[in-house]
Design a protein around this ligand. Structure first.
Ligand code: MN
Length: 306
């Protein structure tokens, strides 16, 4: 499996992007880098980043519009700002391609609403669709991947669930537009993570993963499989069933933990569960699933614990 970690885990503790890359190169199993754009790229020479990477590859960039776009990214009522939000994606695409990356993740942090009567929903939805098409058509060689989150920063997000993400992808109707599924965001929505994989993967639209764990009420960003071991095991089984070959990015928040061992703990947890699924075998698990039986399913989860 291909793995990447969250650079901000290092930066929020005082490190630089280059310090984070140095730590990643020492890790066991880490293969890819994932940058936020522009925050991890502005102020750096791309050649210095390339040199620091060594054997690591770049998976992609996540666009971070942040506070200047607090009234909306692609739905900003200020059309000049909206165009700047779209342009930021295009600039990010150019820099990402230069580093060898191929996935642009769009989490529309500011596209949503807080008050009744605040938003013309149909108009806003059309602005989302048109904006995503403009970005996708700018770079048909890149994967444009939509990451949903049900709420935060806004009380309601425009793209708030697996189902809404699938609807948006279908309406945008571009071969290079798909989705990135974030495990904690799915728990926050009370979406079943594996049901989401099935929907995205059967359409060939699963472009990325943000793995973590949590309790569902907020974006906890805990170490993968530390809370919901059954759901995490089911998730890994579905990744194998659908032959996922992309990168597993750990979107976790080590506030009190050291960033390097916390990233390694995520990789180790994913590897462990992946091996346990392989030992039982995807076909044998499929046999259990085909029974549609809760007791057999429960026994399967316990059998993973050995
Ligand atoms: Mn995420």
């Amino acid at each position: 499996m291909n793995y990447a970690g969250r650079i901000n885990s290092f930066i929020f503790k005082g490190g630089t992007v280059l310090d984070a890359i140095k730590e990643y190169r020492k890790m066991n199993g880490l293969t890819h880098l994932e940058f936020n754009y522009p925050e991890h790229i502005a102020g750096y020479d791309l050649n210095d980043i390339k040199e620091a990477m060594g054997d690591l590859k770049v998976n992609g960039f996540a666009i971070r519009w942040r506070n200047r776009f607090i009234n909306g990214n692609f739905t900003n009522p200020d059309l000049q700002l909206r165009q700047e939000a779209i342009q930021m994606c295009k600039d990010g695409i150019d820099a990402c391609r230069e580093l060898g990356g191929s996935v642009i993740t769009l989490w529309f942090e500011n596209d949503g609403f807080d008050y009744p009567f605040q938003l013309d929903y149909e108009k806003a939805w059309d602005m989302m669709v048109d904006g995503i098409r403009e970005v996708a058509d700018y770079a048909p060689d890149m994967k444009i991947s939509i990451e949903y989150k049900p709420f935060e920063e806004r009380s309601f997000a425009m793209v708030d669930s697996t189902g809404m993400t699938m609807l948006l992808i279908e309406e945008v109707d571009r071969p290079n537009v798909g989705c990135t599924l974030d495990f904690c965001h799915m728990l926050m929505k009370n979406d079943s993570p594996s049901y989401g994989i099935a929907h995205a993967a059967r359409r060939g639209k699963l472009f990325g993963l943000h793995m973590n764990d949590g309790y569902g009420k907020q974006d906890n960003g805990l170490i993968f499989a530390s809370v919901n071991i059954g759901l995490c095991a089911e998730f890994v089984y579905y990744l194998k069933k659908y032959h996922y070959t992309g990168v597993v990015f750990f979107d976790t928040f080590p506030r009190r933990e050291e960033a390097a061992p916390e990233t390694q703990a995520n990789i180790d947890a994913f590897e462990k569960i992946s091996h346990l699924i392989d030992e039982i075998g995807v076909d044998n698990i499929s046999d259990v699933v085909s029974k549609c039986d809760g007791v057999s399913a429960s026994k399967l989860i316990l059998s993973l614990l050995k």
